[in-house]
Design a protein. Structure first.
Length: 124
């Protein structure tokens, strides 16, 4: 792995302190937000694997701002109606983003960028 490149898997990054810290931060976030519950695997079901995804966040001058690591489920092995009944991914469509930018431009509004690290709704 060349310097300043994003690793493809955990084995490439395991010696880097910056990537280890990013992984630790992700695990801490998962634990703090109670993202997962440990349950017994239902009969006939298969476990879903996990994969680390690494991304370098850069400043406008190209320098590294932050190392980000995400632990994602390999959901493509799921079967609809067997492993999952419903899928929901809260993402903004590019058309919506363009509309908001056009609306702001036509009204002279200021636009601010917000990088949301994680989004969880906590029940009270």
């Amino acid at each position: 792995m060349a310097i300043n490149e994003e690793p493809w898997d955990f084995n490439e990054e395991k010696e880097s302190k910056a990537w280890k810290a990013a992984c630790g931060e992700e695990i801490e976030s998962i634990t703090r937000n109670k993202t997962w519950d440990m349950v017994d695997l239902p009969y006939g079901s298969k476990t879903i694997g996990l994969k680390w995804v690494f991304k370098l966040k850069r400043n406008s001058d190209g320098s590294i701002n932050k190392h980000k690591a995400r632990l994602v489920a390999k959901g493509y092995v799921q079967r609809h109606g067997v492993d999952v009944d419903e899928v929901f991914a809260p993402v903004a469509r590019i058309e919506t983003v363009r509309f908001i930018i056009a609306l702001a431009a036509s009204n002279g509004w200021e636009i601010h960028h917000l990088d949301v690290k994680q989004r969880f709704f906590m029940e009270n």
